[in-house]
Design a protein around this ligand. Structure first.
Ligand SMILES: CC(C)(COP(=O)(O)OP(=O)(O)OC[C@H]1O[C@@H](n2cnc3c(N)ncnc32)[C@H](O)[C@@H]1OP(=O)(O)O)[C@@H](O)C(=O)NCCC(=O)NCCS
Length: 131
């Protein structure tokens, strides 16, 4: 993985890296936007759950604009960072980058801001513990 270039401004490893498969494509041969939304949700949810040390639910995802297509065979990297913590909620910023098979610079696909809420076994909000 060390030969995969990190995009500018991103330190460290992505939360998710996934190779895009033919099953994920529409009939134009590009990846369904919903597949990328699912990866964003999973990556951001992982960051929120680790921070909350509990289950979390997605409360909100802001406007998502796809700036570039994703193709079969692209390696998609989803970066996610904790931007803020409220009493029960957490704000996560996610970025999606595609590494084409030609090994060139990664292409920015989209960014999103999400709010997750920590929940207990009854699925009601619970406080995010202090660090
Ligand atoms: C998320 C959920 C538990 C929140 O329940 P609720 O009764 O509205 O909870 P609260 O009013 O106490 O709000 C919880 C937190 O969300 C924040 N919040 C609520 N609505 C918000 C909004 N529109 N934007 C930003 N934050 C919001 C509140 O400010 C609060 O944060 P804080 O404690 O850090 O101040 C509930 O709405 C739910 O279960 N939603 C479904 C989640 C889900 O299933 N997602 C997957 C869909 S398939």
């Amino acid at each position: 993985m060390s030969t995969i270039k990190a995009p500018n401004g991103q330190d460290g490893e992505p939360i998710i890296r996934a190779m895009m498969m033919p099953r994920d494509t529409n009939y134009h041969g590009t990846i369904f936007g919903g597949i990328i939304l699912s990866l964003i949700d999973q990556a951001a949810g992982t960051v929120a759950s680790v921070r909350a040390r509990s289950g979390v639910v997605t409360l909100k995802m802001n406007e998502v604009i796809f700036h570039n297509p994703v193709f079969v065979g692209d390696l998609v990297s989803v970066y996610a960072n904790l931007m803020g913590v409220g009493r029960t909620s957490m704000k996560i910023q996610a970025e999606v980058w595609a590494h084409r098979r030609d090994g060139g610079d990664p292409v920015h696909v989209t960014s999103a801001e999400l709010i997750f809420v920590a929940v207990g076994p009854d699925r009601r909000p619970i406080p995010v513990p202090a660090e």
